[in-house]
Design a protein around this ligand. Structure first.
Ligand SMILES: *[C@@H]1O[C@H](CO)[C@@H](O)[C@H](O)[C@H]1NC(C)=O
Ligand SMILES: *[C@@H]1O[C@H](CO)[C@@H](O)[C@H](O)[C@H]1NC(C)=O
Length: 142
């Protein structure tokens, strides 16, 4: 039963994706799949497994608002370059998703330029970022 439900969900996702293709809209890519955007998680693996990404794909970040279940507020930052991404220097980073924007349908970021997008969360005062977690690079192709 469970397996057939999963297959059904995958088929629906494939149909939904192909329906949006050819309209310049790109795909909707759920960051972290069903796990969403979480603290203390290695998203480099996820990014490798889900590459390539394409221009106009939308990355959807789902995370619960701050509360009992989520002691460390989650956020989504775009780091300006590889250096700030690597060193977790958030001073000139752009906040694209505040701690409340990941609930419901999630935070949507469209990758509309052929450049690396350096995503990171500042949760735990950047502790995860420094540990190499809850961050990834996506470079969309044409
Ligand atoms: C991306 O979207 C923009 C605006 O909708 C469109 O002009 C452009 O052709 C699209 N690019 C691709 C590669 O689909
Ligand atoms: C995350 O996964 C990547 C790819 O497997 C690996 O190279 C990297 O060392 C991992 N990082 C951490 C902090 O575990």
């Amino acid at each position: 039963m469970k397996t057939s439900v999963k297959i059904g969900v995958v088929l629906l996702a494939v149909i939904a994706c192909s329906a949006t293709n050819g309209m310049g809209q790109g795909r909707r890519v759920m960051v972290g799949d069903s796990q969403g955007w979480r603290a203390g998680t290695n998203y480099t693996n996820w990014a490798i497994q889900n590459s390539p990404f394409y221009i106009n794909d939308s990355h959807v970040f789902k995370y619960p608002p701050p509360g009992k279940l989520n002691a460390s507020p989650m956020s989504v930052y775009l780091m300006p370059d590889l250096w700030s991404f690597t060193t977790c220097d958030f001073k000139t980073a752009k906040l694209v998703g505040n701690p409340t924007e990941g609930s419901g349908e999630g935070l949507v970021v469209q990758l509309n330029r052929p450049q690396p997008y350096y995503f990171a969360s500042a949760d735990g005062n950047g502790y995860d970022c420094i540990a190499g977690l809850t961050k990834f690079v996506a470079t969309p192709m044409n």
